[in-house]
Design a protein. Structure first.
Length: 414
């Protein structure tokens, strides 16, 4: 049950999911072009109308399982409407982080956004502001640096429907993340705004284990809450060792978390986050993409513990099964291979997030329907699988876990 003291409560990956934050894809998707796909981290341009239908199906699937679905865009509007000064500060900061800290361009963008109704303003910031939406004289543009993607003054944010990455719930708090690439860095401003000013979250003693005001990169797809005292973080293309150590230090000092497992994965676009190759689906069952393991089933792992002086003690390992069994107190462990272990099928289905499952309860997950071999492998291992359509939303290189930011799960009993 939700309480006034704990609007965020996530002590596992598999506890029954009660509340989640989603973002329904919007015009930002249609503002992708072949020239801007690369800078905006897309490999293809989804068909928005079908992507929205698929996303609606995903949200409805969660609701039918008893999950409360909150939409990021609505939370942002509600937070902005609490105070005109909050709105003005947010607009100014968003413009500054879009590259205009002062000057004519800043002032014109500010006027353009302030004059819009709040809901339209939020949609516009997410979708991007084009040059031709604002009138400038040639003199205004003399000193303008044309380093924005395509025809935009403020670039669109097409990755926003992957709400997992800008922030991640851990215990009764969260990290608000410094994203790796410029294209995504503004996204965590929305979380920061909601946590600080939305009535549901503001002044509710929410711990921010790490804020976005850092240089070292951290993204939520790399953060997996394995239990009420063990966290796994991927050392990946999107998360650095410095950020992992910082999260561990803060958790050890201010929470019940005493163990952080850093798992090194290939730093490639295909395996950008830990949850693209490894997710928890039950007490003793995990999905894993076999390509991250060598022929002995090994990969580099560092286990960080809190000692009696709240200092970090680090141990190295290379055996994923052994580490998980030891740290989670398990006698047995079932690693379920993407694509049922077939090298061709696993590579194909991992590209479309066959490993990226969202657990809605122990042994019950939501997956993309297109990964039918991986889904059948899950069923053979006793996992209940709810499939959702995915021909368009999968083009963004993220699955059901990527598209969801859980903020409340029931605690589990081992």
């Amino acid at each position: 049950m939700l309480t006034e003291k704990s609007p965020i409560h996530v002590n596992s990956e598999i506890g029954r999911l009660k509340t989640v934050i989603l973002h329904r894809p919007g015009k930002e998707i249609e503002n992708l072009t072949p020239d801007t796909m690369g800078p905006l981290l897309f490999d293809d341009i989804p068909y928005l109308l079908l992507a929205q239908k698929e996303h609606d199906n995903f949200a409805d699937t969660l609701r039918k399982k008893g999950v409360e679905v909150l939409y990021l865009e609505k939370l942002v509007v509600q937070a902005l409407e609490t105070d005109e000064q909050v709105k003005a500060f947010f607009i100014d900061k968003m413009i500054a982080e879009s590259g205009f800290k002062s000057g004519t361009i800043h002032d014109q963008l500010q006027k353009f956004l302030v004059d819009l109704p709040t809901n339209e303003m939020v949609d516009k910031i997410m979708a991007g502001v084009r040059f031709d939406e604002i009138e400038f004289s040639s003199k205004d543009l003399q000193n303008f640096s044309f380093d924005q993607p395509g025809p935009f003054l403020m670039a669109p944010m097409p990755n926003l429907y992957f709400t997992r990455d800008p922030s991640a719930s851990i215990g009764d708090g969260l990290t608000i993340n410094r994203m790796t690439f410029k294209a995504r860095r503004r996204e965590s401003m929305f979380t920061e705004l909601v946590i600080n000013h939305h009535p549901r979250f503001a002044n509710k003693n929410i711990n921010v284990w790490r804020d976005r005001n850092h240089v070292a990169r951290l993204e939520g797809g790399d953060e997996l809450v394995l239990s009420d005292h063990v966290l796994a973080i991927g050392l990946s293309q999107r998360t650095s060792s410095e950020a992992i150590k910082d999260v561990a230090k803060n958790l050890f000092a201010g929470s019940n978390y005493d163990t952080v497992i850093a798992i090194q994965i290939p730093q490639t676009h295909a395996t950008m986050h830990l949850d693209t190759v490894f997710t928890m689906v039950n007490f003793d069952q995990f999905t894993v993409h076999p390509m991250i393991l060598n022929n002995k089933g090994e990969l580099p792992i560092l286990v960080m513990h809190k000692d009696k002086q709240n200092q970090i003690k680090i141990e190295s390992s290379n055996n994923l099964k052994t580490v998980l069994k030891e740290q989670l107190g398990l006698n047995e462990l079932d690693l379920i291979s993407t694509g049922d272990g077939d090298p061709i099928i696993s590579a194909r289905e991992q590209w479309n997030d066959g490993s990226n499952t969202l657990a809605i309860a122990p042994g019950s997950v939501v997956t993309y329907d297109r990964n039918y071999v991986s889904n059948e492998a899950l069923r053979k291992h006793g996992i209940q699988v709810s499939e959702v359509p995915s021909s368009e939303i999968s083009r963004g290189r993220g699955g059901p876990r990527c598209m969801s930011m859980p903020i409340y799960r029931e605690d589990i009993e081992n």
